[in-house]
Design a protein around this ligand. Structure first.
Ligand SMILES: O=C(O)CCC(=O)C(=O)O
Ligand SMILES: [Fe+2]
Length: 337
């Protein structure tokens, strides 16, 4: 992407040795990773104990044959040069009308059906949790269309200004009613990829009003340099609190805006972001697909904050180029599996 991004991986957090144990490997599953990760968020100003905003159940489309999903998800999106330069300057962009309301309603239906299969009593008595599902595209043909979508992947290729885009993973990120904040971070912490050409398409499966906790970005992209030297702490909320304090003190510009139905955000792996708690009565359901430039290698020393990465990049050793069957090229479209 842009040359002004610091590409020096040897100074990066994810490949550094440290006393806080980031050099350990993650040995549990992805749900356990998220349970741990959201416990690092500072919720001392939480408002979820107050009355939740009552929202109706979002509309549900059960029948994929009612819409031409393949056609919708392969049609190119008209990205302007201004969009591309905004993304490269700010580290993120929010684009409206990437998907139709019908496609989103179907996506929500499919994620909900996987949630109900995976988590006992989903949405019945237990609330407040951050639930995660991954590798859904291997199990569900409708979700596969959204994950391998050439419409989405072409946007990613253009935003990064690279020719070919591969899938890192898909991730359903579900904040149940009352679930707390996501800690401030950039994704470079998590992805064991030896490149900064990495982007996540964050696709809400319903509209997200402010009260539901939309993804929220600090800008411009370079803001990560302000907090580069803050040491991560895997045990408590101190890292998140320090970032909040520095951003306040330095009057960093923070973009927290609702998502309308069909709106999708794209964020770079160095973009700092967070999400507020879900203060509504409905789950905040999102499909987050991460893509990277073809040719990237696995870093030499993946760490515990890289999570369950071997599941996403099988049969690939540290230092090797990523090209497994689970990391298909999604753009250009004719390279698809
Ligand atoms: O969904 C969230 O609250 C956080 C998502 C996130 O950090 C990401 O998609 O990179
Ligand atoms: Fe993130």
């Amino acid at each position: 992407m842009t040359e002004n991004i610091n590409l020096k991986k040897e100074t990066d957090f994810k490949s550094s040795e440290s006393s806080t144990g980031e050099n350990k490997q993650w040995d549990k599953d992805n749900q356990a990773w998220w349970d741990w990760y959201v416990s690092l968020a500072d919720n001392s100003n939480s408002k979820t104990k107050e009355v939740l905003l009552e929202l109706p159940e979002p509309p549900n489309i059960k029948d994929a044959s009612k819409i031409d999903l393949k056609q919708q998800l392969s049609k190119p999106y008209n990205l302007t040069t201004q969009d591309i330069s905004n993304f490269q300057k700010n580290g993120f962009i929010k684009l409206k009308n990437v998907l139709t309301p019908a496609a989103i309603q179907l996506l929500r239906h499919e994620i909900l059906s996987l949630l109900k299969k995976t988590f006992e009593n989903y949405n019945e008595n237990k609330k407040d949790r951050f639930l995660s599902l991954e590798m859904m595209w291997l199990k569900n043909t409708v979700i596969k269309e959204f994950v391998l979508s050439s419409r989405i992947a072409k946007i990613c290729a253009e935003l990064l200004s690279v020719k070919k885009i591969r899938l890192y993973h898909d991730n359903a990120l579900v904040k149940e009613s009352g679930c707390g904040r996501t800690p401030w971070h950039y994704d470079d912490h998590h992805f064991p990829l030896e490149t900064n050409d990495v982007v996540t398409a964050w696709i809400p499966a319903q509209a997200i009003p402010i009260e539901m906790g939309p993804l929220t970005f600090a800008k411009p992209l370079e803001i990560y340099k302000l907090v580069e030297n803050i040491e991560f702490n895997e045990f408590d909320t101190s890292y998140d609190k320090k970032i909040i304090d520095i951003f306040k003190k330095e009057k960093v510009s923070i973009v927290e805006e609702p998502f309308e139905l069909g709106e999708v955000s794209f964020h770079h792996n160095l973009s700092f972001h967070t999400a507020s708690e879900n203060k509504t009565t409905q789950s905040r359901i999102v499909l987050a697909n991460t893509y990277f430039a073809d040719g990237a290698r696995v870093v030499n020393n993946p760490t515990m904050i890289s999570g369950d990465w071997k599941k996403f990049i099988p049969e690939t050793k540290p230092g090797e180029i990523v090209s497994s069957n689970l990391n298909p090229i999604c753009w250009p479209a004719n390279n698809q599996v």
